[in-house]
Structure formats: structure tokens, C-alpha cells
Design a protein around this ligand. Structure first.
Ligand code: FVH
Length: 322
């Protein structure tokens, strides 16, 4: 299951979009009719197949290639054309969408294609890091191709709906030329000309998910150890999470401004709770590594004279580290 991205439709980051509203309207649909639009998909795993099937169903002339050729059969049955090699598939369309397991697989496949990418627009939707995205952008531009890096948030069955978010960055002209085709896949977010920015957003959003969910697993262990029904507890937590969005935006605003109101109350008061929380966790066999980190940061911030500030003010200490 992929991490949920930003729900709903298309968006652009502020820095890139004078006249955002206009961009999101019909202007984009002035592209050639879909029937004439040719698109290639390299990689037919769970995600790649969903992408190719969406293009086929939306009337695009779709060419597909996969390392294990048998995975092309269901797409061919649906109306796609299977290519014998990745290079042949790339040659078939002006727009090439790549969705493979990881960055290493993309490098391997692109090496087999090499300068056949000249004049093409390469859209890599494979998960990976900002550095990997920037390296692929250099590889593509050295061979005369335009590069868009993309990251997908959401599940394969939801490709083609707003429940999948397609984070994009890289060539603005290539994005403008193919945005209507890429919007077939889900809600599109363009993050800027720097090819690494979509991966920055992706890595941050996915990390946010893991940070929260590993905490949840430890807490489920804690309540179960105390004989509490974990399903019912999960439902209660899901309810309380509804209050978090305004808190998250308030904390981000505090970090941006450097002014730290007592969100969650003064840390002087919060810190008084921490030792009891840590003792309780450890008494029922639940690790307290992160709670000890929080307590240590609070103690340092209080010692620095900021005990009346909120949790967000701990950011000042993190900002000095590393
Ligand atoms: N599936 C999901 O829920 C998540 C949702 C969010 C985004 N991720 C990312 O999408 C990329 C593709 O993931 P996937 O789920 O499609 O993965 P698989 O079904 O395992 O398919 C992997 C494809 O990669 C091909 N492949 C792997 N190694 C190589 C290689 N060395 N050379 C060529 N192709 C390679 C594999 O080919 P084959 O095994 O069928 O021959 C599949 O086509 C991924 O970045 C997720 O993080 C998915």
C-alpha cells in the first residue's frame, strides 16, 4: 500500500505559478486529441500496469515494455502494443513513462536504451532520492532528452483517480506540454524546475508517515500490554487525529516565523509528564527511545530559558544539530 498523498486535484507550488488558477483550467486540454497521443510505459509491475491500463482506457496509443515480457499480455489484450526491447518502446512515443522497482533498475534499463531517448520526454515515476533524480536529469539532458522526475503517492488500483497524487519536478516546458496526459494518472503537483524537488516532497511525506506509524505500532503494544482492545483504541486515535491538521500548520508557521506560542501548552508543563510516560512505557516493555529524545530536548530548551514556549520551539535545537 502506498502512502496517501495530498487528497484531491491538481496543484502547483507557489514559486512556480503566476496565474495558477488559469493553468488548471481547460488551457491544458488544448493538447492533441488523446487518440493521436502516443505514450510508452516501461515497467509493468503493479504500478506500471495500472499506469499503462489507464492510458489505454483513456484512448492513448500506448506502447509497453517489461523485463518479464509475459506481463505485457494483459495490456496487449486491452489494446496496448508490446515492444520487444525497451529501446524499441522508447522509439515508439514522444512521451516515455518509467515505473520500475527502484533507481538501480531505472539506470539498468536506461543504459540499454541510451541515446534512443534523444528528443523524447522521459517521465520517471519510480521511487528514489533527490540525488538520484538529479543524476537522471543530467543523464537525460546529456542525450538530448527532457526529464521530468515523478513520485507516486497512493495505491495502484486508484491510478486514474484523485486518490493518487503524482508529484512532479523538472523541465517546465516538458511538463506544460504533457501535463494533460500526466493528469490522467491522478492529482498532479508540480514542484519546480529542480528535478530533485518531487523526491524531496515524496521522501518528506513518506518519512512523516513512517515516523507517525512506527509510533503508533509502539503505542498499540503499550495499550495491548495493559489489556486494552487495540482495534477500539485505533478507532479512538483515528478520531483524535482529526484535530492534527491545524496543529501541523500552526507548528510549520511557528518554525517559519521563529515565534513559538505554547502549542500543546508550555514545554515546562509538558516536560513534567515525560518521566512518568517513559517509566510507564518501560514498565510494560515498550521502548522509549523517542520519548527520551523529546524529554532531553525539552530539558535543554527549558534550561535555555524558553520553558513557556511550545513543542514547536524544539525545532530551534534540531536546526542547530547535524
Ligand atoms: N505499489 C505501491 O503501492 C506503491 C505506491 C506508491 C509508489 N510505489 C513505487 O512505484 C514503483 C513501482 O512499484 P510496483 O508496486 O509496481 O513494484 P513491482 O510490482 O514489484 O514491479 C517492479 C517492476 O520493476 C521491474 N524491475 C525490477 N528490477 C528490474 C531490473 N533490474 N531491470 C528491469 N526491470 C526491473 C519489474 O520487472 P519484472 O520483475 O516484472 O521483470 C517490474 O516491472 C516503485 O518505485 C515503488 O516504490 C508503488
Amino acid at each position: 500500500m502506498g502512502f496517501p498523498g495530498r487528497a484531491g486535484g491538481n496543484y502547483f507550488t507557489q514559486s512556480d505559478t503566476k496565474g495558477i488558477a488559469m493553468m488548471a483550467t481547460t488551457e491544458m486540454t488544448d493538447n492533441p486529441t488523446t487518440a493521436a497521443s502516443r505514450v510508452t510505459v516501461l515497467g509493468l509491475g503493479a504500478m506500471g500496469s495500472a499506469i499503462a491500463r489507464t492510458f489505454v482506457e483513456r484512448g492513448y496509443r500506448t506502447t509497453v515494455w517489461n523485463r518479464t515480457a509475459s506481463k505485457s499480455a494483459p495490456l496487449v489484450d486491452a489494446g496496448a502494443t508490446a515492444a520487444a526491447t525497451a529501446a524499441e518502446a522508447v522509439a515508439a512515443s514522444p512521451l516515455v513513462v518509467v515505473c520500475l522497482l527502484d533507481s538501480a533498475a531505472v539506470d539498468e534499463v536506461l543504459a540499454s536504451v541510451d541515446d534512443v531517448v534523444a528528443g523524447k520526454v522521459l517521465v520517471n515515476l519510480t521511487s528514489g532520492s533527490p540525488a538520484q533524480a538529479r543524476a537522471k536529469e543530467r543523464w537525460a539532458s546529456e542525450r538530448g532528452a527532457e526529464y521530468i522526475d515523478g513520485k507516486l503517492m497512493g495505491d495502484p488500483p486508484y491510478v486514474g483517480t484523485p486518490n493518487v497524487t503524482v508529484l512532479l519536478s523538472g523541465s517546465r516546458s516538458a511538463f506544460d506540454a504533457h501535463a494533460s496526459t500526466l493528469r490522467e494518472l491522478g492529482g498532479v503537483g508540480y514542484h519546480g524546475e529542480d528535478a530533485g524537488l518531487a523526491a524531496v516532497e515524496f521522501m518528506a511525506q513518506v518519512a512523516m508517515g513512517y515516523e507517525m506509524l512506527i509510533g503508533f505500532l509502539h503505542v498499540l503494544k503499550l495499550v495491548r500490554a495493559e489489556g486494552v482492545d487495540v482495534t477500539e483504541f485505533g478507532e479512538r486515535v483515528a478520531g483524535s487525529l482529526a484535530a492534527y491538521p491545524p496543529l501541523l500548520t500552526a507548528i510549520a508557521t511557528a518554525v517559519a516565523s521563529g515565534e513559538y506560542p505554547p502549542d500543546l501548552g508550555p514545554i515546562r508543563v509538558q516536560a513534567a509528564l515525560m518521566d512518568d510516560m517513559i517509566d510507564h512505557r518501560e514498565s510494560v516493555g515498550v521502548e522509549a527511545v523517542r520519548m527520551r529524545q523529546v524529554k532531553e530536548l525539552m530539558d535543554r530548551r527549558i534550561a535555555d530559558g524558553h520553558g513557556e514556549q511550545g513543542f514547536s520551539s524544539l525545532f530551534e535545537l534540531l536546526a542547530k544539530e547535524g
